[in-house]
Design a protein around this ligand. Structure first.
Ligand SMILES: Cc1cc2nc3c(=O)[nH]c(=O)nc-3n(C[C@H](O)[C@H](O)[C@H](O)COP(=O)(O)OP(=O)(O)OC[C@H]3O[C@@H](n4cnc5c(N)ncnc54)[C@H](O)[C@@H]3O)c2cc1C
Length: 413
């Protein structure tokens, strides 16, 4: 039966209106295979939390949130249907005493969409969310259902696949026993301390985020440190503990944010900054993010600070995190422990578009963009050693270019 079609709408932040002909919601893997065999152009759509035309297609957008399936656990590994969101999966795992090593700032995103772009949380010992994947099932451009497991030749190329290889119908993720996390906010960080103690601060607990607007605030500080600890709360140089809950954007109501003040709770209710049942972040916004080799962290923060007078008027808030190295070809943390410099911009595409080339030009060699967000470079491949191997993989998985789109044309060439 042909799945029902719908209007295509826009990204979550309304930063891009999809131009696809229609949106369909297949109910089974067989439906997905039929679609791929029938449609000359199509693309998987997750929860729409990327900011550009990355997921778009001139043909059919395929949302897997209608797949009639639940997750299942076999030993330590959970099998997840392609349309499921982290928030739903995390609650399901917690009920069974299991956990994932990390989550992004929000639980609203789909597992498949987040993995496809190399989405990450923070922690010097935590890889991106894609590093939990142990197997993928993809309907490729010939309509074949392909299973790839960790260790097989194409696996490391396919996991962060930016939607270019096909439609991921299932993922398998390694879980651990559940654990508790306590979250504290530390205020009053100065730029001198941020710069001097950057890697020490990021390594002070299981997951650490520094929120900054890059210019000095009226009290002389440059930001706050959000600490998510699995043991005792660490001291952060030059800061004091916040006495009440905070939003990541100074001055906003903290109600949408996960519990703070050091109250321990389950991993999935502390690792994201935002609660599942509230709107995350700001809404009217754009985002960019760059991953820089961690050994260049000071150079990178100095580069942004040198542009602070241009960054600040366009910025709602910036976030600095750490991501451990991995071996996934298109992962922005490929082969190197990384510093992630995130920017939640105001919804000003012209202003942000004018700033990004200058910002990128100042960031150190080795900087790689987040695939789901805005970036200016037209040659990101130069920083990815397996770029040409990934292009070959795309040619093999999608010989007729069914999943090709304008974003791939610009970025992959
Ligand atoms: C408020 C907010 C907070 C964010 N916080 C973070 C953060 O903390 N860390 C971080 O790294 N990023 C963050 N992001 C970025 C976000 O995680 C990524 O853009 C992610 O890709 C969004 O997943 P999605 O399901 O919305 O994917 P979509 O935007 O719907 O799609 C993204 C890509 O995934 C592909 N895709 C989706 N589903 C499938 C599938 N089943 N098979 C094959 N390909 C598929 C699409 O084709 C597309 O190429 C944030 C974004 C927002 C809006």
């Amino acid at each position: 039966m042909r799945p029902a079609s719908e209007a295509c709408g826009s990204t979550w932040a309304r930063s891009y209106d999809y131009t696809a002909r229609e949106l369909v919601r297949p109910r089974s893997v067989e439906d997905v295979r039929d679609l791929v065999l029938r449609e000359p152009r199509l693309r998987a759509l997750g929860s729409r939390h990327s900011f550009t035309d990355l997921a778009d297609t001139p043909g059919v957008l395929v949302s897997l949130d209608g797949l009639e399936e639940s997750p299942s656990l076999v030993g330590d590994v959970v099998r997840v249907p392609g349309g499921m969101r982290y928030g739903e999966l995390a609650a399901w795992l917690q009920e069974r005493g299991r956990a994932l090593p990390n989550l992004a700032s929000l639980p609203h995103i789909s597992v498949a969409g987040a993995v496809a772009t190399g989405t990450h949380g923070s922690g010097v010992g935590n890889g991106s969310l894609a590093t939990s994947v142990t197997a993928l099932e993809i309907v490729d451009g010939r309509g074949e259902l392909v299973r790839l497991s960790a260790g097989e030749p194409d696996f490391a190329g396919a996991v962060v696949g930016v939607g270019a290889l096909g439609i991921v119908t299932h993922l398998e993720l390694l879980t651990s026993p559940t654990y508790q996390v306590a979250q504290t906010v530390h205020e009053g960080l100065t730029y001198a301390d941020l710069r001097e103690h950057l890697t020490e601060i990021l390594g002070a607990a299981y997951s650490v985020s520094i929120f900054t607007r890059w210019t000095d605030e009226p009290d002389g500080s440059v930001g706050r440190v959000w600490v998510k600890s699995r043991s005792t709360t660490p001291e952060i140089p030059g800061t004091v503990l916040a006495t009440g809950p905070r939003h990541v954007v100074p001055g906003l109501d903290p109600a949408p944010c996960t519990e703070q003040l050091g109250v321990p709770g389950p991993w999935h209710e502390r690792l994201p900054h935002f609660r599942l049942d509230f709107q995350p972040s700001v809404g009217a916004e754009l985002q960019s993010e760059y991953l820089v080799p961690l050994y260049r962290a000071q150079e990178a923060v100095d580069a942004v600070r040198s542009l602070a007078d241009r960054v600040r008027p366009l910025l709602q808030v910036g976030e600095i995190r750490a991501v451990a190295a991995d071996d996934l070809w298109l992962s922005p943390a490929y082969g190197t422990d990384s510093l992630a410099l995130h920017f939640t911009w105001k919804a000003d595409p012209v202003g942000v578009g004018a700033l990004l080339p200058d910002l990128e030009q100042r960031l150190p060699t080795g900087t790689r963009p987040h695939w789901g967000k805005l970036f200016a470079t037209t040659d990101p491949g130069a920083e990815f050693p397996r770029w040409d191997d990934f292009r070959d993989l795309v040619r093999r998985f999608d010989p007729d270019r069914r999943f090709w789109n304008a974003w791939l044309d610009r970025v992959l060439g």
